[in-house]
Design a protein around this ligand. Structure first.
Ligand SMILES: NC(=O)c1ccc[n+]([C@@H]2O[C@H](COP(=O)([O-])OP(=O)(O)OC[C@H]3O[C@@H](n4cnc5c(N)ncnc54)[C@H](O)[C@@H]3O)[C@@H](O)[C@H]2O)c1
Length: 281
């Protein structure tokens, strides 16, 4: 896709990978709609991008709420007349497999999976109709192999990768000029290990020592040692320009994870998980 003058809608656009991708797209002349649940960072993000000359609006959005995502799309259409890219990127990372209350699992699945489904339902029919568009769904290396301490997160990211692959095949069958990418990074320096900051209050009350738990959940050290967001943003833009499905910022780890799983399925030893190896490559 040629990007100049196109419109991209980015969920989780107020910080981390979403904001970095907004900056990257802005440099390529893309109009931007940022959707995020955090109002103050969203406002700051929009002001910062505008100061750099971007055409951008922010829409407070909870991606797990279908009407919010539809309203975000309608705001994009009203402001820019069309939308061409939906980056379903908002996500939260908490919840070991053992001991996570069901309602916390539900919250992780609602944001990470329902958020992607709501984005697909709101934008894909329009993309097919206009015969132009690109969907990017944020999965993770945790969507390619199981990781201890990340049961809820892995479940949601496996779902995102599966949905993205199905969408790829459906687009191929449609013969339309519409693409999809699955972004599956290893660790990236963002606030993902502070995801509990967006957890509904009634869940936080039940969640013992949330800061410690969340830090453990997402491997705070590994996140701190991860790659820079700008590197992810460059890879996202490249995938949209070249219509590439896999966005593997840590390709060596992604391929190794997949090879080890395949060997395990064929009677080999189970993989041994070393989070530090998923930081840089
Ligand atoms: N940082 C990593 O190491 C890493 C690795 C693999 C995948 N990811 C994925 O990247 C995506 C972006 O996360 P990040 O690393 O930039 O973290 P981040 O916490 O910096 O950004 C996530 C953004 O999503 C927003 N958000 C949370 N819940 C929301 C909701 N219900 N509705 C709308 N917005 C919501 C947050 O306010 C925040 O702005 C997530 O899907 C995450 O799972 C991150």
């Amino acid at each position: 896709m040629e990007l100049q003058g196109k419109t991209a809608v980015i969920t989780g656009g107020a910080s981390g990978i979403g904001l970095a991708t907004a900056r990257q797209f802005a440099r390529s002349g893309v109009n931007l709609v940022l959707g995020d649940i955090e109002e103050a960072p969203l406002k700051l993000a929009v002001e910062g991008l505008r100061a750099d000359g971007a055409n951008v609006i922010g829409v407070k959005t909870d991606v797990s709420v279908e009407q919010d995502v539809v309203a975000m799309r309608d705001a994009a259409l009203q402001e820019f007349g069309a939308a061409h890219i939906i980056f379903n990127n908002a996500g939260v990372g908490v919840g070991p497999t053992i001991g996570t209350p069901k309602k916390v699992w539900d919250w992780v699945m609602a944001v990470n999976v329902d958020g992607v489904i709501n984005g697909i339902n709101a934008f894909v029919p329009m993309f097919l109709e206009q015969n132009e568009g690109h969907v990017i769904n944020t999965g993770s290396l945790a969507g390619l192999g199981g990781v201890p301490g990340m049961g809820a997160y892995c479940a949601s990211k496996f779902a995102v990768v599966g949905i993205s692959e199905c969408l790829f095949h459906e687009f191929a069958l449609s013969g339309k000029n519409v693409g999809v990418s699955a972004l599956c990074p290893g660790f990236v320096r963002t606030r993902i290990n502070e995801s509990y900051r967006n957890m509904p209050k009634e869940l936080l009350d039940d969640y013992v020592t949330p800061s410690e738990q969340a830090a453990a959940d997402m491997g705070a050290n590994a996140v701190a040692n991860g790659i820079e967001v700008a590197e992810v943003a460059t890879a996202v833009e490249h995938a949209v320009r070249t219509n590439s499905f896999w966005i593997l910022t840590h390709q060596r780890s992604a391929v190794r994870t997949t090879e080890l799983r395949a060997a395990w399925m064929q009677g080999g030893p189970p993989p041994r998980i070393n989070l530090e190896k998923a930081t840089k490559s």
